[in-house]
Design a protein. Sequence first.
Length: 142
Amino acid sequence: MLTLLQTDSYENVNAVSGAAAAGLGIGTMIFSLLIYIFYGYCMYKIFQKAGREDAWAGFIPIYNTIVMLDIVKKPIWWIILFFIPLVNLFIAWIVYDRLAKGFGKETPLYTILLFFLGCIFIPVLGLGSDSYDKNRIPDDFK
């Protein structure tokens, strides 16, 4: 009688299945990297349209959120609110609404689309022909 420790859990595993798993992992990593670079480029274009000299910040994960808060005229300490569950959804809604208004998209529909389909509408803002005007956003710093 065999015990659990005496069984060979790798008896049906061969080199082909290991290579397939490695290929799938590498393929997923490359695809994720391409998505990240594309999203960073879209943020880079949004930051350029907003007149930021540090537009390269679109590629830096947390710093791009800090720059986005500055663009939509919200205090930098709001970055802490992005780390609180459920509060971060409300804060993201406010940031996306103000970003949409900065690009002249005054309808709530565009904020909804930006919130739920950001993977489509962030590139639309960044790569589209819309221009950013900071005067469209109310100043909360005063």
